[in-house]
Ligand binder design. Structure first.
Ligand code: AMP
Length: 570
């Protein structure tokens, strides 16, 4: 065996299994519609769509997009939360010959403008709700962006139900460029024109924006072949049979983020599964729908598990239909994992990857006991190497900590229009993740933290994640984020931001230090803490550090002149 992790694979799984040749992504929907025409593909607030209907809608939208000028080389932005429009538009853009650019609907106007310009977006498809539409409409006419397609919840739900659940539609402003309703876009016979594809390993299907390891957001160029590799590896890993019964996945992860995009939508469509779509994460609705609709698969980020374990009624719901709980995207705190197991009898399995790997990297085995605390094993066809932090080029032996690198068919082509960032990420031919971790003798991967989050305190490398894990053990803590702050003595020290569980009494830094005394080294001990009613999260729901880091910097900059003036006065 060539790699140490192969011996830990489940029987029947092999690292170098022959994968089918890649296909154009849009053909996945075409094949699904031919194979399972009457199966339900989407359940959106009880309005169901069969694969046949979904395919028919995508063909019509493709023809409508072509009439707007979409074809090879044209970039179409999707600014959509989880509604059926997302799936229809995604496949329609590819059928029309264009490329998809995913936008988080939670972006601030400035970020939205940056991404529209950077991605050279011509057409945007957005939802006409008051909290989303005005920002997009205001940008129409910016650089190449000349056409806006406006979707409505009432396209698919009866108007009174749509209005009751999602509020009234936004007032339209018109303005520069063209604006067309989604209902008008699909008012045709669906006979779109096919464009031939070039080699699928080079042909970009999606620009997926990510903060990446450093700097401004970058568009990861993901090819048709990248997605097919993840799909085929996942199917092999999980032994998903050609004619098995439909799986029912709860789509609470946003499809605009790579985790939901690949594992809910691409895998779901290709395997004839059903997506039960929620427009946003609402724990009450999650628990109710799992019990009522007999959901079988739940992929989620850790903050969703935290919300479920802290939900007062979690034990009242029958969650026994779920055979696969998956966690990824951020570290799943051990305390949350253990409480989830104790409450529900189920154990979430952790996987790890990034936007740039579409997002497959490592996975826990399907049926063997999960190796908790690790993120599982490197996937088939995936070469995971750990390199030294200083040069990023020396491959370290098993057991040593360093930066994790990936090589494999799922790794992106590069960053859109960013040759320098691409060259930096691919030093030595491997993709550098910016994550610090190590392999053990069985091939399991443990993540330590992200390189950029590491705190340098008094000459020691301090990993916020380690401190967060210890704070999660405090019975009053619901969520915690630790960042580095400037410290005149140690260079940097740790500060903890804490959200308490409902009804818990607040506490101060001395009590926190006493609680952590036997859990952390002295140099890891936080020097400051703050209790907040909630903590910042990224659009996919991961706890986010950057807002807190920016706040701390701004606070220090504001007080620095005063401190300097006070020092000058003596
Ligand atoms: P994104 O590109 O938004 O998917 O973010 C990728 C980053 O999320 C990785 O570089 C990791 O830092 C983090 N990540 C993903 N999965 C995990 C996991 N299971 N445990 C810890 N961090 C993770």
């Amino acid at each position: 065996m060539a790699h140490i992790w192969e011996k830990s694979y489940e029987p029947g799984v092999s690292w170098d299994v022959a994968l089918p040749p890649p296909v154009a992504l849009e053909s996945l929907l075409e094949k699904a519609a031919a194979r399972w025409p009457d199966r339900v593909a989407i359940d959106f607030y009880d309005r169901t769509f069969t694969f046949r209907e979904l395919h028919d809608l995508a063909c019509r939208a493709a023809k409508g997009l072509q009439a707007l000028g979409v074809g090879p080389g044209v970039h179409v932005g999707l600014h959509l939360p989880n509604t059926p429009h997302f799936v229809i538009a995604f496949f329609a853009v590819l059928m029309a010959g264009g490329r998809v650019v995913n936008f988080s609907p939670l972006l601030a106007p400035r970020e939205l403008k940056y991404q529209i310009e950077d991605a050279e977006t011509k057409v945007m498809i957005a939802l006409g709700l008051p909290m989303l539409y005005p920002q997009i409409a205001a940008l129409k006419g910016t650089s190449k962006f000349d056409t806006l397609v406006v979707c409505s919840i009432a396209d698919f739900l009866p108007a009174p139900i749509a209005a009751a659940a999602f509020g009234p539609a936004a007032e339209r402003v018109g303005g520069a460029g063209r604006e067309i309703d989604f209902s008008a876009l699909i008012a045709n016979d669906g006979a779109f024109t096919r464009h031939p594809h070039g080699p699928l390993a080079h042909e970009v299907a999606v620009l997926q924006y990510t903060g990446g390891t450093t700097g401004a957001p970058k568009g990861a160029m993901l090819t048709h072949a990248n997605f097919c590799a993840v799909l085929d590896i996942y199917v092999h890993w999980n032994g998903i049979g050609a004619d098995e019964e439909a799986r029912k996945a709860l789509a609470i992860l946003p499809l605009f983020h790579i985790f939901g995009l690949t594992f809910l939508m691409v895998v779901g469509i290709a395997t004839g599964s059903q997506m039960v779509m929620h427009i946003r994460f609402d724990p009450d609705r999650v628990l109710a729908d799992i019990a009522r609709k007999k959901i079988t698969v739940v992929p989620a980020v850790p903050t969703m598990y935290t919300a479920l374990v802290n939900h007062p009624k979690v034990k009242e719901f029958d969650l026994s239909s779920v055979t696969m709980w998956v966690s990824g995207g951020a570290p799943l705190p051990m305390d949350v994992l253990q409480r989830f197991e104790a409450l529900t009898g189920h154990s979430p399995r952790e996987g790890y990857g990034l936007t740039e790997t579409a997002p497959l990297g490592t996975m826990q085995c399907k049926d063997l006991p999960a190796r908790q605390g690790t993120v599982g094993l490197p996937a088939p066809h995936t070469l995971l190497e750990v390199v030294d932090l200083e040069t990023g080029t020396r491959v370290l032996p098993v057991g040593e900590r360093g930066e994790i690198c990936f090589t494999g068919p799922q790794v992106m082509k590069g960053y859109w229009n960013k040759p320098e960032a691409t060259a930096e990420a691919f030093r030595g031919g491997r993709f550098h993740t910016g994550d610090i971790g190590f392999l053990d003798q069985e091939g399991f991967v443990t993540l330590v933290d992200r390189k950029k989050d590491m705190i340098l305190s008094g000459g020691f490398n301090v990993f916020p994640r380690n401190i967060e894990e210890a704070i999660y053990e405090h019975p009053g803590v619901a969520e915690v984020t630790v960042i580095g702050i400037p410290d005149s003595y140690r260079g940097q020290s740790a500060k903890a931001f804490i959200a308490l569980k409902a009804g818990q009494a607040p506490f101060g830094i001395d009590e926190l230090k006493a609680f952590l005394a036997d859990k952390l080294a002295k140099y890891e001990m936080p020097t400051e803490m703050e209790i907040r009613s909630s903590l910042p999260k990224t659009p996919v729901g991961k706890l986010s550090k950057k807002e807190l880091v920016a706040e701390e910097m701004a606070k220090r900059q504001a007080t620095a002149p005063q401190a300097a003036a006070a020092a000058a006065r003596g």
